[in-house]
Design a protein around this ligand. Structure first.
Ligand code: BGC
Length: 466
């Protein structure tokens, strides 16, 4: 039975709505990580003078919380389901951001940043996990990457809020506004179904079929259910996280997680204004450049979403990572040539370099990392395996963020940015060798191929289908 176009439009709408609600988790991830840069400037109004260490605590305890949150959420998502995990995550978000907004003392604020981090870490893995299991293979790239789009929008909104509230110095409102999307995430998730794949795996096939019927044409359901059951039967015989066949995919996820961070994205996302200001730009020019950078991040993520299911994951990942290296070389050379104060053309060149870098991240490593870790793991260990990769991502983010300013002092802008360019090139070589093409393959097909160590075959299947 061929679906009518009205039918498929209804399915598409249902999928867009479900993904948009879930992606509010990504929005909160972006907002809560981005908002702190502006809020930091005004904390002293309430708590007295802030040392550099105090500022680092407010910024990075969220990252520590996120690592812990990712770990807990992986287990929870497998045991109790994706939906309850997201519901609890939304409640933790609400408690954390309101707690931060009403903090009576500095230590309390730090604890609340850790609590927000728990929710950010959980959202960072459950959102792509859930959407990945809801979307049909041929649209999965775009829909899972809604999450990355939401992250970038969250970052941009946080920059604008910081900018808008700057004159009133109202850091409490900066933190507290996140309660709105967090409330929407909670209420919206109350109306969401559980993941069909999770249900089928738990032996609740009828429930799984009912959920699939909301998002798929009737004739697609049988095949998908059979696929999930077949893989689940196979997995009952084999995979554990320590299984050698799985070790290579685990290493791949962890490596991409680390590469996403050690190539420097969050030094730009968190510190661009500090860097540009320190390099001689006026503070409003630095803030404006930051907003433009945030906008480029959003715009290029939209481009990626349009291309991921057409040209595939690999071309975007490889060209994006090459672009990141190029952008960093431009920034490094500018710092090398321009000396300590960047004026005129040097300032423009540095900003252009940063924009090339961020735009390239947004088209490749940004969305593709989160997408791949939602695709490459077998159903039954997807939760824990994704949470390991997510944990590695947050841990690497923490290490880079906490050491960046010290490194900058030690080896200067030129040294740091050449280092990021070099690491991008190392990453590029690794990805070229190791990352499979997963476009158009069902999650079950990806598993079968990976278990046979057959990434060449995956590339071939994906290419033939397009
Ligand atoms: C990364 C974040 C980063 C964001 C920037 C995400 O994919 O995981 O660490 O801040 O992209 O857009």
């Amino acid at each position: 039975m061929v679906p009518t176009s009205a039918e498929s439009a209804t399915h598409r709408r249902a999928l867009i709505l479900a993904s948009a609600i879930t992606a509010l988790g990504g929005l909160l991830f972006g907002y809560d990580t981005g908002v702190v840069s502006g809020a930091l400037l005004f904390l002293q109004n309430s708590f007295g003078k802030m040392s550099a260490f105090d500022k680092e605590m407010v910024t990075s305890l969220l990252l520590v919380g996120a690592a812990v949150g990712a770990l807990i959420a992986g287990r929870a998502a497998d045991r109790v389901g994706r939906r309850p995990t997201i519901l609890v995550t939304a409640l933790v978000f609400i408690a954390g951001v309101l707690g931060a907004a009403f903090s009576p003392a500095f230590w309390f604020l730090i604890v609340m940043r850790f609590v927000i981090g728990l929710a950010v870490g959980s959202a960072s893995m459950t959102v792509p996990l859930f959407i990945g299991e809801l979307a049909p293979p041929q649209l999965r790239g775009a829909f899972v990457s809604f999450n990355q789009l939401a992250i970038t929008i969250g970052i941009l909104v946080s920059y604008l809020v910081d900018y808008g509230l700057g004159s009133s110095q109202n850091w409490r409102l900066m933190f507290g506004l996140a309660a709105i999307p967090a409330g929407l995430l909670f209420v919206g998730t109350l109306f969401q179904p559980e993941s069909p794949h999770w249900l089928i795996n738990r032996g609740r096939e009828d429930d799984g079929r009912k959920v699939l019927a909301r998002f798929r044409a009737d004739d697609e359901i049988d095949e998908e259910v059979e696929d999930v059951k077949r893989v689940s039967r196979q997995e009952n015989k084999a995979p554990r996280l320590v299984d050698p066949a799985l070790r290579s995919v685990l290493v791949l996820g962890i490596s991409l997680a680390i590469l996403q961070q050690v190539t420097g994205i969050n030094t730009v996302i968190y510190y661009a204004p500090t860097l540009l200001h320190g390099a001689g730009l006026g503070s409003s020019a630095a803030l404006l450049a930051n907003v433009v950078n945030g906008a480029v991040n959003v715009a290029m993520t939209i481009v990626a979403i349009r291309l991921l299911d057409r040209v595939g994951r690999r071309p975007l990942l490889l060209s994006g990572t090459a672009g990141m290296a190029l952008g960093m070389v431009v920034v490094a050379v500018t710092f090398a040539a321009g000396g300590t104060t960047l004026r005129g053309d040097y300032a423009i060149a540095a900003i252009v370099g940063l924009l090339i870098y961020t735009g390239s991240f947004a088209i490749g490593l940004g969305p593709v990392f989160w997408l791949l870790i939602a695709e490459i793991y077998p159903q039954q260990i997807r939760g824990p395996a994704m949470s390991i990769a997510t944990l590695a991502n947050w841990a690497a983010n923490f290490v880079v963020t906490i050491s960046f300013l010290t490194l900058l002092d030690a080896i200067g802008g030129r040294g740091v940015f050449f280092l990021f360019a070099f690491l991008s090139l190392v990453g590029l070589a690794y990805m070229f060798k190791r990352v499979p093409e997963t476009k158009d393959l069902s999650l079950s097909e990806i598993q079968v191929q990976i278990e046979h160590g057959d990434s060449e075959a995956m590339r071939a299947v994906a290419t033939n289908r397009s």
